[in-house]
Design a protein around this ligand. Structure first.
Ligand code: NAD
Length: 264
């Protein structure tokens, strides 16, 4: 079933990992896809190729180079997207980075860059999408790729953690502000997913076992298991859901250290 047939969907950071999986899944569901990327086009071209292969009927893709933290880039990206497809139906704020360091040693420039990509970027893209939604007058959907670190603190990653905490508030604030215009805003909170952002542990057996020992379902997640949640939230099957974060994390948000009763 193509639940997103004919929908025009812009996905940021879609040249790898979860963004790439979302693009492929949404193509399979019949959407036209804007594949945003930064740097060289190779990853985005790979996403496009796999999206074409996944399609069961028609639909198109467009490659959009832009740094989501740059206001002019974001405006030009939406101009190029609407020139290609005519309108915007769904925005997916997926692009994100992390720069770990003990907080007392964290460089201010690194802190600022994480905030710029993970929080300013989603704001700039959401603002542009909202302007199009309001002009088009037929509602719209914004979905944010948050994290379990929206609610779970992450030592050495304070910049990353605060962006995901901020994303929860942005999701709720925009959902409330635009609900009466038929615009839904939600987030997905992945746990530990096998993507390039986690290259530090995914190919290191010992480190991966350590990570997976904390996950109640006993394994890291796959990008396609996150993409399927995005597809549901973008579709009309989620027509009565707004302002929420859906955690897809193998149970990480359940306080796994309490698995065994250790206190009365
Ligand atoms: P990833 O590194 O493969 O994806 C991040 C993407 O963002 C890359 O394609 C990168 O090129 C792009 N990007 C970075 N800076 C950009 C910028 N300024 N403008 C445009 N694009 C930019 O890793 P991923 O795991 O797929 O991460 C995607 C999202 O998922 C991130 O927001 C991340 O915080 C979130 N997330 C990932 C996990 C996980 O375990 N992998 C868990 C929770 C949340």
């Amino acid at each position: 079933m193509e639940r997103l047939k004919g929908k025009n969907v812009l996905i940021t950071g879609a040249s790898s990992g979860i963004g790439q999986a979302i693009a492929i899944r949404f193509a399979q569901e019949g959407a036209n896809i804007g594949i945003n990327y930064i740097g060289g086009p190779e990853g985005a071209e790979q996403t496009q190729q796999q999206a074409k292969t996944a399609r069961v009927s028609d639909g198109r893709e467009v490659l959009l180079k832009a740094d989501v933290s740059n206001e002019q880039d974001v405006k030009a990206m939406f101009d190029a997207f609407t020139a290609e497809f005519g309108s915007v139906d769904v925005l997916i704020n997926n692009a994100g980075i992390q720069k770990p360091s003990p907080s007392d040693q964290m460089e201010a420039a690194d802190f600022d860059r994480v905030i710029a990509v993970n929080l300013r970027g989603p704001f700039l893209c959401s603002r542009e999408a909202l302007r199009h939604f309001l002009k088009q007058g037929k509602g719209g959907v914004i979905l944010n790729n948050s994290s379990v670190h929206e609610i779970i603190p992450k030592p050495h990653y304070v910049s990353y953690s605060v962006t995901k905490g901020g994303m929860e508030n942005m999701t709720k604030t925009l959902a409330l502000e635009y609900a009466d215009r038929g615009i839904r805003v939600n987030a997905v909170g992945p746990g530990a997913i096998v993507t390039p952002i986690n290259s530090a542990w995914i190919n290191n057996e010992k480190a991966r076992q350590e990570v997976e020992s904390h996950i109640p379902l006993g394994r890291a997640g796959e990008a396609r298991e996150i993409a399927s949640v995005f597809a549901f939230l973008a579709s009309d099957e989620a027509s009565y859901i707004t302002g929420q974060t859906v955690f897809a994390c193998g149970g990480l948000t359940l306080c796994p250290e309490f698995r065994v009763a250790w206190s009365s």
